[in-house]
Design a protein around this ligand. Structure first.
Ligand code: ATR
Length: 262
């Protein structure tokens, strides 16, 4: 029986096991997928378990998307461009890091027919998933991307990779069409100390968090009359791409798939 897992800390909120185990069953693949709560110092051992095939592949979530990189043999071009890995596989005896968050975000916006061309995008947070959101927005033709982060230096660090984005001090909210919460702030339904509403109520609020399905960030935006979307479809699409990398099968994304995550 093949074994897969998602590593992170915290990891309780992850619905990856539910989704991958559902697809294994649907596609009659003998495999099991588990979540593993890891400490940073346990990463080398985990990678060794993949190298010696005790584990056949892994997803990586907060806060390890960057810190796994030194232990891998190779990176896909997307993982290189973003310094971020969310999927690990074995390819020709090498442990390779991929980034399927980029495609996940792109496909999620395409799913709801949201066109980012000529739109002003504001990204909140400079954590593990932010470079993937930036690259996805750029791939889709968004030319006006602004990043803000509580710790300004981390936003500056991302600008070193993506020189054409602009960065703002925390609390200094520029005019935007779409605002994306790319932080893990909200997993426990906390409230941002930011005022997003001075530019009207016809904006699009996107949260990469999908569990809880409506963070306070989205709830407040909805109550003010804005369009909102959580990270569920991004989550499904990134998982879809990971599943294909490991199993060479593209499972169906149908109503039942979406329902099991609600
Ligand atoms: P990592 O950075 O390890 O990948 P992450 O959860 O993806 O982990 O990223 C954490 C993000 O959430 C960061 O942008 C962080 O801001 P700082 O860089 O200032 O730490 C942001 N974040 C976490 N708690 C926050 C809070 N209370 N208010 C605002 N931003 C917060």
């Amino acid at each position: 029986m093949k074994k897969f897992c998602v590593i992170g800390n915290p990891i309780d909120h992850s619905l990856s096991p539910k989704l991958h185990n559902f697809w294994f069953k649907k596609n009659r693949i003998e495999a099991i997928y588990e979540k593993k709560l890891l400490e940073e110092k346990e990463i080398p051992n985990l990678i060794e378990s993949i190298r010696n095939s005790e584990i056949n592949g892994a997803n990586v979530t907060v806060p390890f998307k960057n810190s796994v990189i030194p232990f891998l043999d190779d990176l896909s071009s997307e993982a290189k461009k973003t310094n971020s890995v969310n999927t690990i596989c074995i390819e020709e005896n090498k442990v390779v890091g991929h980034n399927t968050d980029i495609a996940g975000f792109e496909l999620a916006l395409r799913y709801i027919n949201y066109d980012v061309k000529r739109k002003k995008a504001l990204i909140i947070g400079a954590g593990g998933v932010s470079p993937s959101i930036i690259l996805a927005l750029k791939n889709m033709g968004c030319e006006n991307i602004c990043l803000t982060n509580r710790t300004f230096e981390k936003a500056e660090k991302i600008k070193e990779t993506f020189s054409d984005i602009s960065i703002r001090k925390w609390g200094d909210i520029p005019e935007f069409d779409i605002v994306i919460n790319a932080t893990s702030f909200g997993l426990k339904n906390e409230n941002f100390d930011l005022d997003f509403y001075e530019f009207g109520n016809n904006k699009f609020f996107y949260d990469v968090i999908y569990n809880p399905s409506e963070t306070n960030f989205l709830k407040n935006a909805r109550l003010k009359g804005n369009k909102t979307e959580n990270g569920r479809m991004m989550f499904i699409y990134q998982a879809h791409q990971s599943f294909a990398l490991w199993n060479k099968v593209l499972p169906k994304i149908d109503k039942e798939t979406i329902e099991i995550l609600k």
